[in-house]
Design a protein around this ligand. Sequence first.
Ligand code: M6R
Length: 614
Amino acid sequence: MGGLWLVIANIESKVIFMCGIVGYKGKRKASEVLLRCIKNLEYRGYDSVGMVTKDDKSLHVRKNVGKIDEVDKTEHFEQLNGNIGAAHSRWATHGGVTKLNAHPHLSNDGKIAVVHNGIVENYQELKEFLKKEGFEFKSQTDTEVIPNLIEYYIIKERNGLKDAVQKSLARIEGSFAVVVISQEEDWMIAARRGSPLVLGINKKENEYFAASDVPAFLEYCRDVIYLDDDELAIVYSNSNNPYEIFRLNDLTNIISKKEIKRIDWSVDQAKKGKYSHFMLKEITEQKYTIRTAIEQDHELIAKVTAAIKNAHGVFFVGCGTSYHACVSASYIFAHVAKRHVNVVLASEFRNHENFLKKETLVVAVSQSGETADLLDAVKTAKAHGCKTIAIVNVMGSTLTRLCDTSVMMNSGPEICVLSTKSYTSQLALLLLFAYSSAGRLEDGKKIILEACKHVDKVIDDSLEKLKPLAEKLHKQHDFFLIGRDLAYPSALEGALKIKEVSYIHAEGFAGAELKHGTIALIEKGVPCIAIVTKSTEKMILSNAMEVKARGGFIIGIGNEPNEVFDYFIQVPAASDADPILMILPIQILAYHLALARGFDPDFPKNLAKSVTVR
Ligand code: M6R
């Protein structure tokens, strides 16, 4: 998340949003439907929540600061009447978590309500313009300019709602997914540029949705249309004309060729069910998601393999956990396929522009397919004519529409902000492609399936045993994780897991690196997780010994116990699939550390599931 912090520092004066939005038009009571939908999007933002509905000719707005259930206790969203409306769950990085800053935002005349996900970069300029026109502002948000611009075009320029929205959005620099509800109309408008937005279609019940993500409305419908950038949808929900989709710069021609896709995720997949947290549910789902990930169409595997083999230069790009999967893959490509692949953080990819040609292949790895830094990297690659492949979990995401070819991870919805099951699916797929590039696809499959046989036990044992360890260590200020070769990226990923959910400082190192400086931080009792694989055993144990000699508390993850370990977590040897098994106990330790410290693992502070800012 280093890049994210840098961005935040650079645009300190703004409030940054990565939020969930949903709009509804149908026959049911909108507030009841919207409440259920917005709860399904709470993982996208949980600082504050709000809702607007329209009843006859009035808009009704309620909003407040806090998690949805807490706010609902005071605001009683279900009391709002009407069959049309929109809701919003907000994620702000700093400042401004107030009732006034929560969405929806209203125009000065109270007739236009807007929920927004994105950033209006030129909001100060637009605010100044509107102030000169006599508009007043109640919040510190960038979003409030949108309903007021719409009002401006309706009142001052006598435009209808559709044209007013078009003209307003044309003036916005930055990104948006918006739902607009007007007091004067019985239809809603949804539009996007740079932030995700998907229409949900329930033809039978004649009800329609517009949301940031599919899980929002999965319990109501499975047919969806993914809006592309600069598209605007008008949702009437009339049986003969339910919706119309336009390019934002041309509201006269309806786009006729938008494909309706059927989502095969089950409702249960997007619910916590019997689990106390999504994090725990998704960790446990790895008992089958790794296997599912490698059940790929043979033609697709052959196509990706050929693209890798024929490329002059291969780049693997990703952010956060997805980047760690790329680092892991680079080791297997080197060892097994004897191929050098470049691994670059997506946010740094532009620095490699001079090496991009039309023969270059860029493999973009992502759970969400909506990470802004990654989308920028792919756009850079495309601008140079490179071939692009996505390895991605979310069908219809922007990444799938940007890349020439997409390989779906098929892990089901990952709701928890922390990537867990998506990581092991990425590892499995990348391992598979390394082996197929070496002409050894079946060997690769065998190694992964062999590892899968142990996943149940590693998860169940860790769940049972690591709680007391977390309780013992939860007051520590630092964790160090060391690994060599393939276990080095596992150390990086393990550190990220511990940091983002327990807020304990953690750093992952290549085992030999500690002695080049960081070992100065080791003192009595500092926990150090040593990830020990068969091929690196001797070297990493001697690195662990160096830490122990300085008082460190050594937690060994490996195949065999050793006297250097103060605590041992046994994981079977899995050859090149070691990283798949080795990360499981660390995910579980991180989960227990969060609980022991009194934090909710599903709502880590300052984070959002899809990082849609640069
Ligand atoms: O959806 P993506 O895989 O593109 O997301 C990339 C990162 O934002 C993501 O992995 C992030 O680091 C997670 N919080 C890790 O748990």
